[in-house]
Design a protein around this ligand. Structure first.
Ligand SMILES: Nc1ncnc2c1ncn2[C@@H]1O[C@H](COP(=O)(O)OP(=O)(O)OP(=O)(O)O)[C@@H](O)[C@H]1O
Ligand SMILES: [Mg+2]
Length: 301
């Protein structure tokens, strides 16, 4: 009887020990799963960063290639404008020089060939084309300062200029969705990684445009308070539900349909701003809009 009791006690002890071991195993397992998830998130972030870097490189290459033809098209157009002026002047002088019998014939030809309209329209066409090449040049400049692959990573930059460069790049995604208002304050140059900041600004602007259903407004403002530069992006988009507000900086958190968002934009932005010694704040009212404010410290060169 005594033996049986002892055996039973021993079995119970063993069973408890087993339970304890099991619990430890479960905990270990759980920790492993968590580590795995963290590794996966880190890997995806790295991939996304590499993607952005190669997009930057590609953009810089394309910008370089476009620069050359745009340069000669612009200069040829300007020359063409001068030629047209001279030809028009020549026609006017010829008109004055010829005798009255030929003049009638010339007038008829002039009417038939719409010479007056052509010389007027040619000037308009050239002006429009020059506007176009100006725009292409601005985009190329934007692409170059956006990607800055060949320049040192840290440099003194003007945040307002960074914003302009980024706006040039994302303009296509914004223009049908929103009117963009800019309120740039006076900012000191600050040592930063402009390429990375451009990425951050781009994500805020694209997010703002994507939050707007049909037509809305995006207001970009900059100012300095104390030793901080503040950049705000306010939109009149759909806003963020309160229960999501604490999750938007998590990697892979997205409310966008598959293929539209990876949910990495804000987590990478947060990372970049933290590395600059700054912070990101968000205020949002569902149905009214959202304001993101980036704070970065002024670092003297
Ligand atoms: N301006 C905004 N207005 C409303 N919701 C926003 C805004 N900005 C971010 N969000 C919300 O935060 C989520 C996460 O944004 P984040 O930029 O990290 O990822 P994403 O835009 O979904 O995808 P990705 O940037 O990778 O293309 C978005 O899916 C959206 O729900
Ligand atoms: Mg985004």
């Amino acid at each position: 009887m005594q033996e049986l009791r002892e055996a039973y006690a021993e079995a119970q002890r063993l069973s408890l020990e087993l339970q304890e071991k099991n619990r430890e195993l479960e905990e270990g397992n759980w920790q492993l799963a968590e580590a795995h998830a963290r590794l996966q998130a880190a890997q995806s972030q790295m991939l996304q960063r590499e993607k952005m870097a190669s997009v930057g490189q590609l953009a810089a290459g394309v910008a370089h290639e476009i620069n050359n033809p745009v340069g000669f098209v612009t200069s040829n157009l300007a020359t063409l404008a001068r030629y047209i002026d001279r030809l028009t002047e020549f026609i006017a002088r010829q008109d004055r020089a010829v005798g009255s019998d030929q003049r009638e014939e010339l007038q008829a030809a002039r009417k038939e060939l719409k010479i007056d309209y052509i010389s007027e329209d040619a000037r308009d066409l050239i002006r429009e084309s020059l506007d176009g090449t100006d725009r292409v040049s601005a985009i190329v400049r934007g692409l170059k300062s956006f990607s800055r692959v060949d320049e040192a990573r840290l440099q003194a930059a003007d945040i307002n200029e960074c914003l302009e460069a980024t706006l040039n790049i994302v303009w296509n995604e914004l223009k049908y969705k929103a009117s963009v208002t800019k309120e740039y304050g006076d900012l000191p140059r600050t040592v930063c990684n402009p390429q990375q900041l451009n990425q951050v600004f781009m994500n805020f602007l694209v997010n703002a445009a994507q939050a707007i259903d049909k037509q809305g407004e995006i207001r970009i403002s900059t100012r300095q308070t104390g030793n901080m530069i503040l950049v705000s992006f306010a939109d009149t988009g759909c806003g963020i539900a309160p229960e999501n507000l604490s999750r938007i900086f998590e990697p892979f958190f997205t409310t966008k349909e598959i293929g539209k968002g990876t949910g990495l934009g804000l987590s990478i932005s947060y990372d970049i701003i933290k590395k600059h010694g700054g912070d990101i704040e968000v205020e949002s009212e569902p149905g009214c809009g959202t304001t993101f404010t980036v704070k970065i410290p002024v670092v003297a060169a």
